[in-house]
Design a protein around this ligand. Structure first.
Ligand code: SF4
Length: 102
């Protein structure tokens, strides 16, 4: 398992990440992209878009999504192809996951 987040300040909004890994990356309604944890991998879907309530989590550097092993290759490819160089993939860290809140 790895973790991923997007620095929305650098996102160009082209959507390449979602084309490559649609279970990890999703468009927000302001035209920037965010990360998510899909129900098919985690039991329920959480979108790290800064929204309120169930199914939402913080965005930016606090909006860290877990990447299941089956999606690591496509997530890394998305990060490599990202023109904004704003997809941050990190080693799994439970303390970071616990700090997400929500
Ligand atoms: S590939 Fe990078 S720049 Fe493009 S939408 Fe995704 S996060 Fe934003």
């Amino acid at each position: 398992m790895l973790m991923v987040w997007i620095d929305q300040d650098l996102c160009t909004g082209d959507g390449i990440c979602q084309e490559i890994a649609p279970d990890v990356f999703v468009a927000r309604d302001d035209g920037l992209w965010v990360v998510k944890e899909e129900a098919s991998h985690f039991g329920s879907t959480v979108v790290f878009d800064g929204g309120d309530g169930a199914g939402h989590g913080p965005d930016g550097g606090r909006g860290v999504a877990r990447i299941p092993d089956s999606l690591i290759d496509s997530s890394v490819e998305a990060a490599e192809e990202c023109p904004g160089e704003c997809i941050m993939i990190e080693p799994y860290d439970q303390a970071t996951i616990d700090a997400r809140g929500g």
